[in-house]
Design a protein around this ligand. Structure first.
Ligand SMILES: Nc1ncnc2c1ncn2[C@@H]1O[C@H](COP(=O)(O)OP(=O)(O)OP(=O)(O)O)[C@@H](O)[C@H]1O
Length: 256
């Protein structure tokens, strides 16, 4: 089976700081992969490398078997068209109405006429449980949970083949986080999309991931089926998923 996304030997350093030290990762078509790891372990750097927003120092990143690391702007734009993205914090445009936020991709990237894009936006808002009246509001008029729903509607508006979720539950209470997790699962499965998420929320990782990979010290120290993470046999994974202060992972805290 060919992978939708395939990384081999991806490395990235900033000066002397080696953030990624040889990442190998395969995500199959239609699979939902979640990358977990503590703060500062390089989850965002990894995501930016796959998105093409940052260039790795070495290694290969293939999307649909096509090498993307050295692509020039035109080829890069073609690959990016396959992507949808839910940014941490939503990143909605404050000055646009909700429906205009959701319609932004279809209008800007696909050249869809505004009237048709508005229909699409209203349908996608419906898919995340928001009525058409919400489309007329501005983001500032919505709660954090509703903003996340709008951001999800925007991420799926162009029916992307691959959707990236950056800390999708950050800032939400546990119940709203679970609602968003359920919506992510539903939207990804309805689209038949491939999903890659980064998070340190284990409840979210367990709910949305078919497979989980853990990033630690620049490497993916464990990857496997979500159901197997409780029996990983790795002390670092055990400490992380159980949220224990004691264990092989040492947090950098300044002593008072
Ligand atoms: N553009 C950059 N220049 C220099 N250092 C960077 C840059 N981007 C990231 N880093 C460093 O790389 C390391 C990993 O950062 P990254 O943001 O990927 O962590 P993370 O796992 O996403 O953390 P968090 O969960 O807190 O968001 C950090 O030490 C960070 O300071």
């Amino acid at each position: 089976m060919t992978s939708k996304i395939s990384l081999r030997g991806v490395t990235k350093s900033f000066g002397p700081k080696k953030v990624l030290q040889g990442i190998d990762l395969d995500v199959a078509k239609g699979e939902s992969m979640v990358v977990i790891g503590g703060s500062g372990t390089g989850k965002s750097v990894l995501l930016k490398c796959v998105l093409g927003l940052m260039r790795p120092d070495a290694g290969s990143i293939k999307i649909d078997d096509e090498e993307t690391v050295a692509l020039a702007d035109g080829g890069r734009a073609d690959v990016m068209r396959k992507f949808g993205m839910l940014f941490q914090g939503g990143a909605l445009f404050d000055s646009l109405r909700v429906w205009e936020n959701v319609a932004f991709g279809p209008i800007q990237s696909d050249g869809m006429k505004p009237a048709q894009a508005r229909e699409v936006a209203i349908a996608k808002l419906g898919a995340v449980g928001l009525g058409p009246e919400i489309g007329e509001l501005y983001p500032a008029e919505l709660s954090g949970g509703m903003q996340k729903r709008v951001a999800l509607a925007r991420a799926i508006a162009r029916e992307p083949e691959i959707i990236f979720f950056d800390e999708p539950t950050t800032g939400l209470d546990p119940i709203m986080a679970d609602v968003i997790n359920d919506l992510i699962v539903k939207c990804v499965s309805d689209l038949g999309a491939t999903a890659v998420s980064i998070t340190h929320d284990m409840a979210s990782a367990r709910k949305i991931g078919h497979r989980i990979a853990m990033l630690y010290d620049g490497k993916l120290i464990w990857q496997g089926r979500t159901a197997d993470i409780d029996h990983s046999g790795d002390a670092h994974v055990d400490q992380f998923i159980n949220g224990r202060a004691e264990g092989p992972i040492r947090m950098q805290v300044r002593r008072l």
